[in-house]
Ligand binder design. Structure first.
Ligand code: ADE
Length: 230
């Protein structure tokens, strides 16, 4: 899969692409993720990328005549039709389902929104999908783009090893619940014991215990997830 992130701050991504599982996925050729610096597409002698909103108001907007050419340039890098995503607190919510859908696309271009957002005509012209990572406001879309890339990458075939499998994850397609509590060695720490069922070797009992705990945690912490299933 190819993911390009159009950004004013490409240097922010280096640590994320260059570490851990994303680093391995790139090295193994499973994920081709790179940044497209927006600044060179800026207009005028100062490569301006933003401007004042028509009609007044606070903040600056990313210019459509900067964002559209940058995305069109990025599109040239793959033969497939690219799906274009803008990060924005005004977007629809990025969930595990959305990550699953995005991970099926061969080519994704994410525009990391900055300032007060992007001129609406850029979204229309590029048929972009506007996506938010949660009901809070970040200083820019770069962290949101990183979150999305990370969540998508781990769904790609072969990116996670067998020991890191994604099927049991919270929100996974299997049940849509939270994962319950997990324990590792030692079996007792400061008087707190690992639940006996996990030490007993009865796989059916373990499965049943985990399912019950998942249901309990979901009901306590995220009742909205249970309602979504009804
Ligand atoms: N940019 C600023 N806040 C954001 C959010 N919550 N999601 C995506 N992009 C953003």
């Amino acid at each position: 899969m190819i993911i390009q992130v159009v950004t004013l701050f490409p240097e922010m991504f280096e640590g994320v692409w260059g570490s851990s599982i994303l680093k391995r996925a790139r090295r193994d050729g499973r994920l081709d993720v790179r940044t497209v610096p927006l600044r060179p597409f800026g207009v005028g002698p100062h490569h301006q990328t933003d401007d004042y909103p028509f009609g007044g108001g606070v903040g600056m907007l990313m210019r459509t005549d900067v964002v559209v050419p940058a995305v069109e340039w990025a599109m040239l890098h793959a033969a497939h039709d690219a799906r274009v995503v803008f990060t924005s607190p005004q977007g629809r919510l990025f969930t595990q389902r959305v990550a699953e859908v995005f991970s099926q696309h061969p080519h994704l271009i994410i525009v990391a929104g900055h300032y007060e957002g992007v001129d609406e005509r850029a979204r229309v012209l590029l048929e972009a999908d506007e996506v938010s990572i949660g009901d809070f406001v970040l200083t820019g879309g770069e962290l949101a783009a990183m979150v999305m890339v990370d969540a998508i990458a781990r769904l790609l075939p072969g990116v996670l090893g067998a020991a890191e499998g994604a099927a049991d994850d919270s929100f996974s397609r299997e049940h849509g619940w939270l994962e319950g509590p997990q324990y590792t060695r030692p079996p007792e720490y400061r008087g707190l014991k690992v639940p006996g069922v996990l030490l007993g070797g009865d796989h059916e009992a373990v499965r049943h215990y985990r399912e019950e705990m998942a249901r309990l945690w979901t009901r306590e912490r995220r009742p909205d997830l249970l309602e979504d299933q009804e």
